[in-house]
Design a protein around this ligand. Structure first.
Ligand SMILES: [Zn+2]
Length: 510
């Protein structure tokens, strides 16, 4: 009895193990794969032609969806409305399909393991989260153009092929294959995280901390050689300053895409190894590009790798509500500005004048008394990017207040540790302890890490300033650096101690 029970257990374990490993193999083999080709149907009418080769299909129906938003730009957009003549076919025959919702279609596979999905895409929206095709050039973010299979946005490799006019060049963060105009796609997340310009543009590279940074200005002919050289210097210095804070740059290569044209408004968007910075025109002095470039580049850590848990994985089908955007954006603004100072691209006085402007903005906003940073993060979908204009007038700008919360937290940690620790340690701890271990963070994690690093509790700080609407206590934080707010100006305390002077020096790289 005992023996046979044991044997049963062993057999049971054997079958469980066998079944588990087989089912893993089966899953990997049956993950539907989409390979994409982007071509031109009619450039004068702004029509891309997209072909998707679906393979590894083992089911009777396949759902395909268009994203309804672009990560980093927290607003729902009807990208699927630009899809024209959508159809699927195999062996010269149309496959039946029907709409499931406004952005999802269900294809009857009729037993085909591979088939093709074909459509045109109307691209007449040059925008930070848009796509445009003209006879001279193309620009797109993949969230606009490409379908995905729900449940398969991560972990399935594929390719993107370009069928474009001779003489057009491509700039994108996607990995180039050995074949011309063919790119390797890690998964759908990667495909839609690589804004792409096509046509003719100015480009140059710079090596920073051993990594190649590509600087692209599209279209060509907007920058003098001298201004280009200055821009190269600014970009490399600010990236180097940021990289040193984290002990290196977290990508193989990085692409800064400055794109100008017929925009409704400017804007910039962060990606894992690139940024698209959309401008009405190039500023005459390239110094004007440093603020936005520094902010976007800092995002390679903060939000692209150090991610709110609620954004893992991305759900392209609907709003993803998170309470951490004040940290993702506000602290990126804080560090974007601080690294311009640390890189020596402006003076301490310039930096402090910038903070005064931020303080004035917040103190002039009535909404600060009503909407916390966490709540304004959650409801950002109502107003992001200028939509919901009426509402926008009454929301707490978490870029603005988040930056000032970053300032306060940094100075309080420096003050509590006699200048031994800072917010830099919090950021590094999030990068190493969360991103590198495959985890996302929450507001509570930030509070916990900051408290551990400072050796004092920040519970009250989070209750009052992050989840509550108490007025920020600027003076309490500034005094650690021997500073105070006098009539809206940041000025020295009457008596500045040596310790305060030393703390200010290490904070502002004086
Ligand atoms: Zn940002």
């Amino acid at each position: 009895m005992k023996a046979s029970r044991q044997r049963c257990l062993i057999f049971a374990l054997f079958y469980v193990t066998l079944f588990t490993s087989l089912s893993h193999i089966t899953l990997a083999q049956t993950a539907p794969r989409l390979d994409y080709t982007i071509g031109i149907s009619d450039a004068a009418r702004h029509l891309f032609h997209i072909k998707i080769q679906a393979s590894n299909i083992t089911r009777e129906t396949l759902d395909i969806s268009m994203p309804s938003w672009t990560p980093g730009w927290y607003t729902i957009r009807p990208y699927a409305a630009n899809v024209i003549k959508l159809h699927a076919h195999a062996s010269g025959k149309r496959l039946p399909m029907r709409a499931i919702d406004k952005q999802t279609w269900r294809i009857e596979t009729e037993g085909h393991r591979t088939f093709t999905i074909d459509y045109d895409y109307f691209a007449d929206n040059l925008n930070v989260n848009g796509a445009e095709l003209t006879e001279k050039r193309g620009f797109f973010l993949g969230t606009n153009l490409f379908f995905y299979v729900p449940g398969h946005t991560t972990g399935t490799q594929s390719t993107l092929k370009f069928e474009i006019p001779d003489g057009w060049r491509i700039a994108t963060g996607l990995k180039q294959s050995k074949e011309k105009n063919l790119y390797l796609v890690r998964d759908f997340d990667n495909l839609v995280d690589c804004p792409t310009v096509m046509g003719d543009f100015d480009d140059f590279t710079v090596t920073v901390l051993g990594k190649t940074v590509h600087i692209v200005i599209d279209p060509k002919g907007q920058i003098t050689a001298e201004a280009g050289e200055m821009l190269r210097g600014y970009v490399s210095r600010v990236i180097e300053s940021q990289g040193k804070m984290f002990g290196g740059l977290p990508y193989d290569e990085y692409w800064v895409l400055y794109v100008t044209g017929r925009l409704r408004s400017g804007g910039a968007l962060e990606h894992e190894n690139s940024t698209n910075i959309m401008l009405m025109s190039m500023p005459p002095d390239p110094r004007g590009l440093i603020g936005v470039t520094s902010h976007e580049h800092f995002h390679v850590w903060n939000v692209k790798r150090i991610k709110p848990a609620g954004l893992i994985p991305y759900d392209y089908s609907k709003e993803q509500y998170v309470r951490e955007l004040w940290f993702a954006e506000g602290f990126t603004s804080y560090y974007g500005d601080l690294h311009i100072r640390r890189a020596g691209l402006n003076t301490v006085s310039d930096y402090l004048r910038g903070l005064e402007i931020q303080i004035r903005r917040l103190q002039n906003s009535e909404a600060r008394k009503w909407l916390s940073l966490s709540d304004s993060s959650t409801i950002t979908w109502l107003s992001y990017g200028g939509i919901g204009a009426g509402f926008t007038n009454f929301s707490t700008d978490y870029y603005n207040k988040g930056e000032l919360a970053g300032l306060l937290l940094d100075l309080e940690i420096r003050g509590a540790t006699g200048g031994q620790k800072s917010l830099d340690d919090v950021m590094r701890s999030l990068f190493e302890g969360y991103y590198q271990r495959g985890r996302g963070y929450t507001n509570e994690d930030v509070e916990k890490i900051a408290s551990e690093i400072a050796g004092q509790s920040f519970k009250d700080f989070f209750t009052r300033y992050v989840n509550g609407t108490d007025e920020l206590d600027y003076d309490a934080a500034l005094k650690h650096a021997g500073l105070q707010l006098v009539g809206g100006k940041i000025a020295d305390l009457e008596h500045v101690t040596e310790a305060q002077r030393a703390l200010r020096k290490s904070w502002l790289a004086e």
